[in-house]
Design a protein around this ligand. Structure first.
Ligand SMILES: [Zn+2]
Length: 407
C-alpha cells in the first residue's frame, strides 16, 4: 500500500529549516520520496492520499526516560497492593495512550516483572498497537541504594554481582542497561548528591553490556557519581546535577544527557498534590542547580534527549518538550532533541528519528507550526507508525488514566 501525505510543511528534525508545500510518499513501512509541488493523482489504485491542508509533518516524538508502571503520586497504594498482572496491564495502557498523543518511541528505564519486555514483544508483533519500546528490564542499584524495593530494582554489591545482574537483564531481552549510581528523589533516607555504586561496579556493567553491543544508562544526580559513571564508561547520564568538569567530560567522551527537567521544573508537579513531603523538598531544593546544569550542557553542545521520568508518559512527553524550550533550548533544538537525538540514543538513527527518504514512516502531523509556538505539538491531526495510520481518538468507553491511577 502506498500512502501520500500532500499539501504539508515538513519539519524533518535533521536541524535543517522546514520545507513548505511538500508531498511525503510512503511505500510499505518506509518513506520513499519527499517532493515539492502539487501532487498529481495519477492512476495508481493501490494508494491513499491525505490532504493535510497545510499541516506540519514531523518525526514521531520520543520519551527516552520512562517507567510505564510507576505511579507518583500513588494515592490508591496500587504499587503495594496490585498483582504483577495488574501492574503489567496498567503499564501497557500507559504506553498505548502515549502513541495516541504522538509518542512513537519510548525508552523504558526500569520496570518490574519484565513488563517492558512483554509489551515490546506485543507491540512489535502487532498483538496490540503501541509505540516502539527500548527496554532495560530491571534497574540495578547497590544494596539499599536508590530505587531499592521499587520497580523490581536488583540490588548488587561488587563487580561479580554486577556482572551477573547485567547478564540477567540481557538474557531477558534488555536493549540497554540501567544503573542507579547515586541517591535520588523518590527513595527516602538518601541525598541526591550521595554516591552509591562505585567505579569498579560501574565498569563491570559497561564491559559486559558493551560486549553485547548494548548501552548503559545511569541514574546520577550527584556530581561525583556522574564523574565516576563517565570514567566507568557509561553512554548516558540521566538527571545529572552537572558541573563544568562533568560537562567537559561528557563532550569529550560523547556521552548523552537526558536531563528529565519536568520533575524539578514543572511548577504544577512541584505543588506535589499527593506526593510525599520528602520528595517535594528534594525536588525544590535541586531545581535551580538542575536548571543551571542543563544550561551548561546545552551551551557546551552535549547531546541532549527528551525524557520526562513521569506519568502518564504521553502527556508528560509534551510537557518535557515545552520544558526544554522554557529552560533555554530553541524550539527547533527541542524538537530535534525529542526525535533525532533520542532515536540516536536508542541506536535507531539509521531507521528513525527524522523525516528522510529511506527511514521508517513513524510520523506525526500537527495543525499549526511548533516552531512558532512549541505547544502546537498538542494540535495533533495524525499519527503514523511504520506507514500505518494510528487511531488517535480515545474510545468513548475508555476510562481516563489519570483518574484511574493517579488521583
Ligand atoms: Zn527514572
Amino acid at each position: 500500500m502506498k500512502t501520500v501525505l500532500t499539501n504539508c510543511t515538513i519539519i524533518d528534525c535533521t536541524g535543517k529549516p522546514p520545507t513548505e508545500n511538500m508531498n511525503v510518499i510512503i511505500e510499505g513501512n518506509g518513506i520513499t520520496q519527499l517532493k515539492p509541488g502539487i501532487y498529481e493523482q495519477g492512476k495508481d489504485d493501490e494508494k491513499r492520499v491525505f490532504d493535510l491542508e497545510g499541516g506540519y509533518v514531523l518525526p514521531g516524538l520520543w520519551n527516552v526516560h520512562a517507567h510505564l508502571g510507576d505511579l507518583i503520586p500513588d494515592p490508591k497504594h496500587l504499587l503495594e497492593t496490585e498483582s504483577a498482572i495488574d501492574y503489567a496491564i496498567r503499564a501497557g495502557r500507559n504506553a498505548m495512550d502515549a502513541i495516541r498523543v504522538g509518542v512513537t518511541g519510548i525508552r523504558v528505564l526500569g520496570e518490574d516483572h519484565f513488563a517492558d519486555v512483554a509489551w515490546k514483544r506485543a507491540f512489535d508483533s502487532g498483538v496490540f498497537v503501541g509505540p516502539r519500546l527500548f527496554v532495560c528490564g530491571r534497574a540495578i542499584s547497590a544494596t539499599g541504594g536508590h530505587g531499592h524495593g521499587t520497580l523490581g530494582a536488583v540490588e548488587v554489591d561488587g563487580p561479580y554481582e554486577m556482572r551477573k545482574a547485567v547478564r540477567e537483564q540481557l538474557k531477558h531481552g534488555a536493549d540497554q542497561i540501567k544503573l542507579m549510581v547515586t541517591g535520588g528523589v523518590m527513595t527516602a533516607g538518601e541525598g541526591m548528591q550521595e554516591s552509591q555504586l562505585l567505579q569498579d561496579e560501574i565498569e563491570a556493567a559497561t564491559v559486559i553490556a558493551h560486549l553485547k553491543g548494548k548501552r548503559v544508562a545511569v541514574h546520577a544526580w550527584g556530581t561525583e557519581g556522574v564523574k565516576a559513571a563517565i570514567r566507568g564508561g557509561v553512554d548516558c547520564i540521566e538527571h545529572g546535577l552537572l558541573d563544568a568538569e562533568s560537562v567537559a567530560m561528557m563532550v569529550d567522551r560523547d556521552v548523552f544527557y537526558v536531563p528529565t527537567l519536568r520533575p524539578t521544573q514543572d511548577k504544577d508537579f512541584l505543588l506535589g498534590i499527593g506526593m510525599p513531603e520528602f520528595m517535594i523538598e528534594k525536588l525544590r531544593g535541586s531545581a535551580q542547580i538542575h536548571l543551571e546544569a542543563f544550561q551548561k550542557a546545552l551551551k557546551a553542545g552535549v547531546k541532549i534527549c527528551c525524557g520526562s521520568d513521569s506519568n502518564p508518559v504521553g502527556e508528560t512527553t509534551l510537557i518535557e518538550i515545552e520544558q526544554l524550550v522554557r529552560a533555554g533550548m530553541t524550539r527547533m533544538d527541542a524538537l530535534v532533541s525529542a526525535t533525532r537525538t533520542s532515536a540516536d540514543l536508542c541506536g535507531m538513527l539509521e531507521e528513525l528519528g527524522t523525516v528522510e527518504v529511506g527511514k521508517l514512516a513513524d510520523l506525526i502531523v500537527v495543525a499549526a507550526d511548533p516552531l512558532e509556538d512549541i505547544s502546537n505539538i498538542r494540535k495533533l491531526k495524525m499519527v503514523l507508525k511504520g506507514g500505518n495510520l494510528v487511531e488517535t481518538r480515545k474510545p468513548e468507553e475508555l476510562a481516563n488514566f489519570r483518574e484511574l491511577f493517579l488521583s
